[in-house]
Design a binder for this molecule. Structure first.
Ligand code: SF4
Length: 337
């Protein structure tokens, strides 16, 4: 039975990039497994945070969901429709319902366009293709009201991106992402490039917009405090795999996977006494290259609790308690082993 509340369902998503050698005759000598079997679902109105170190596959996951990156295998079901199978025209229509907010507000806006044109551009393109019916005056009115809703009054409409601060540029990017009335926002580190004082303003704006427009968020961040504040649920990624998912409260209070524990133990605590008493987990080495994926647990090389089985079998993601899933043999029943 299809759960009508589920907006997005990602099943065993893989994005592998071939490694080729040779000048004239290219020979495939391996692959980079940027995303290697990711599965999760998102309910209407929910905000799921994807966290993990740089290079763990978070951004590639978002790019693959929006079909801006080629999917090697797996399914991306949006309201039950598989985006991975859609032809170009069908996909353009579907994109009305999901939009991306990019990390870098400096490079994601066209420097030759005014703020008003940037926000109205998606509407103009869709009106030209006959997907929506809006005349020029209605498009301008809608774009102005979105700019205003995102904190930029009409006096800013004729300015160019270089005339805005970083936070203001991100507000333009947010207004643009809302122009087609999407249900899902794929936010790729939307506040990482901003000053800390501006970050909270943008996060509060996104929260208000979520309530107002009943938006669903897939939210990438490497700052765990940002994810804890914004997201109701968190998925931890390591080397192209999800290793733990839980509600934000459960994950931050009772992390299970050794990698999640290590990530959380590295978050600074403002209280010096609590910080002193905290047990820190220092991981050995760097994240291995996604082109050298070996059998077994992807975290085995760096895990302080690795066992013999960990280098032989890959631990599946198993539900340990209410919607708390972990891919680690430490928590699996003997029959799984
Ligand atoms: Fe560590 Fe083994 Fe758990 Fe992987 S499965 S996280 S190596 S204990």
């Amino acid at each position: 039975m299809v759960d009508k509340e589920i907006l997005l369902e990602v099943k065993d998503l893989k994005v592998h990039f071939p490694i080729e050698k040779g000048l004239l005759i290219k020979k495939n000598i391996g692959s980079i497994r940027a995303v290697d079997g990711v599965s999760f679902s998102l309910r209407q109105g929910e905000s799921l945070g994807l966290v993990g170190e740089s290079g763990c596959g978070k951004s590639t996951t978002i790019m693959a969901i929006s079909r801006l990156e080629r999917i090697t295998s797996g399914q991306v079901l949006f309201e039950g429709q598989d985006l991975s199978l859609m032809k170009e025209q069908e996909l353009i229509r579907a994109r009305q319902n999901f939009q991306i907010i990019f990390q870098d507000p400096y490079s994601s806006l066209d420097p030759r366009m005014r703020a008003l044109d940037i926000v109205s551009e998606p509407l103009r393109i869709f009106a030209k293709k006959g997907i929506i019916t809006l005349d020029d005056a209605s498009i301008e009115k809608k774009a102005l009201s979105l700019l205003d809703r995102c904190g930029l009054s009409s006096t800013f409409a004729d300015r160019y991106p270089h005339e805005f601060s970083g936070g203001q540029r991100q507000r333009i990017g947010i207004a643009r992402s809302l122009s087609l009335g999407p249900k899902l926002i794929l936010a790729d580190e939307p506040v990482s490039a901003l000053d800390v004082s501006i970050q909270s303003q943008i996060l509060n704006l996104l929260k208000d917009l979520q309530d107002e427009f009943n938006l669903t968020f897939l939210f990438i961040a490497h700052d765990l405090a940002v994810v804890e504040y914004f997201c109701s649920r968190v998925a931890v990624m390591y080397l192209g795999n999800i290793v733990e998912t839980a509600s934000s409260k459960t994950l931050y209070e009772h992390p299970l996977h050794p990698y999640t524990k290590a990530l959380l133990s590295a978050v600074p605590i403002p209280d010096p006494i609590a910080g002193k008493n905290r047990k820190r987990t220092i991981l050995k080495g760097d994240v291995p290259s996604p082109s050298q994926v070996r059998p077994g647990c992807p975290f085995a090389d760096r895990c302080p609790q690795a066992m013999e089985i960990c280098t032989k079998k890959r631990p599946p993601l198993v539900e340990i308690s209410n919607q708390h899933e972990v891919a680690c043999f430490l928590y699996h029943d003997q029959e799984v082993l």
